[in-house]
Write a protein that binds this ligand. Structure first.
Ligand code: SF4
Length: 382
């Protein structure tokens, strides 16, 4: 992550000029209420990164060579405060956001994260309902935190876990962290009632595809939904190559050699995972055995229904996981912009969105995608 400074506030924020005494006929009207982007996609899902730090150094996300001891992580004063995050979340909700996911880095490293969760849990959607409030974690300190997170109002968690084999897992997280401690974190989350729990496994060909079946065997019948994610060209530091992608179709095929699966309908619009249910002897889905998901970000892009916005640790709004630039909202939060002005800016930015990187990736020359300059996933969350 050598370049973190992003040129900001484009012309779409011009509406923030302070009002003059006489209304300017050219000033665009404030944007309020539910918004859709240029491809007709609503704004429903907000991912908020609360820290750019992580205690793992997964080779596909924060490789040690780049994120070493001397890496300049953001100073504390650059991070959005909990009050700023809650204010901006409330303004996103006025445009239709129903779900908020806290990410990082590793979000549980942010001090007093429970306080932020408590503030977000008190917010209500436009329909007056509680938010779908969740968090993605590497699970390393989940065992210690699960109860407090639940008590603060967190509903569920997604845990990243790339293998059951301790040696493979230690080598993938690159800090020699044992798999048993993550499994203990998952158990603690379950005991605390943070469900339904999802476990995300990034599958990298040549590295951990042997872990697919052991992972499925371990989580089948537990109520935990295991999801296999195609290895992506996130960031600019992981040296991604297309031949390291194991397509989801191959994952499903492999699973079916041992564990019968039947396709399931999506549960929500814009759902990223394709669902497969474990089948019983009669070939029907057995809810007791549960289900898996495959997220085919590379081989079967789902940009057409992408309703996700991402807010970085220092308050920049990104419209795509693969974006190379963001829009500075922290400047507005720390300036004298009113809620209406900030909400209007968010609405305007979303209305101008046309990002669909994964769909376009398939039209790029084979090496172009891996070489493209994106913001790091550890900075805006996955
Ligand atoms: S590539 Fe960007 S637009 Fe497409 S699904 Fe991913 S985040 Fe959404």
């Amino acid at each position: 992550m050598s370049e973190r400074v992003i040129p900001l506030l484009d012309h779409r924020s011009a509406a923030l000029a302070p009002p003059s005494s006489a209304p300017d006929p050219h000033t665009p009207a404030a944007i309020s209420g539910r918004v859709s982007d240029r491809l007709g996609r609503p704004l429903r899902d907000l991912r908020i990164s609360v820290t750019d730090r992580c205690n793992f150094r997964c080779t596909y996300c924060m490789p040690k060579e780049i994120f070493g001891k001397d890496h300049p992580f953001l100073p504390h004063a650059s991070l959005l405060t909990f009050e700023e995050i809650t204010r901006i979340a409330r303004l996103f909700i006025t445009h239709g956001v129903q779900k908020i996911r806290l990410t990082g880095g590793e979000p549980l490293l942010r001090k007093n994260i429970e306080v932020l969760i408590g503030q977000l849990a008190a917010l209500r959607t436009l329909d007056g309902k509680p938010l779908d409030l969740t968090l993605t974690t590497n699970g390393s300190i989940l065992a210690r935190k699960a109860k407090a997170l639940k008590a603060a109002g967190l509903q569920r968690v997604t845990v990243s876990l790339d293998g059951m084999d301790d040696a493979v897992f230690r080598s993938m997280n690159d800090v020699d962290f044992p798999v048993a401690d993550v499994l203990a974190g998952i158990e603690a989350a379950r005991a605390a009632g943070l469900g339904p729990i999802k476990v995300n496994m990034v599958v990298k060909r040549g590295t951990n595809e042997r872990e697919i079946l052991p992972m499925a065997r371990h989580f089948r019948g537990t109520g935990i939904v295991l999801r296999f994610i195609e290895y992506m060209d996130v960031g600019a530091t992981n040296g991604w190559r297309m031949d390291e992608v194991l397509p989801s179709s191959a994952v499903v095929q492999l699973l079916r050699t041992e564990l019968p699966l039947v396709p399931l309908e999506p549960t929500a619009p814009g759902e990223t995972a394709e669902r497969w249910g474990y089948a019983d002897a009669s070939g029907r889905h057995d809810p007791q055995l549960g289900e898996i998901g495959v997220i085919s970000s590379v081989t079967h892009a789902f940009c057409g229904s992408c309703n996700r916005a991402r807010l970085s640790t220092e308050g920049k709004l990104f419209l795509c996981l693969f974006a190379s630039r963001g829009y500075d909202l922290r400047g507005l939060l720390r300036g004298d912009a009113t809620d209406e002005e900030i909400a209007s800016t968010i609405g305007r930015i979303w209305q101008g969105r046309s990002d669909r990187y994964s769909e376009l990736r398939s039209t790029m020359a084979p090496d172009a995608a891996g070489g493209a300059r994106h913001i790091e996933m550890s900075y805006i969350g996955g």
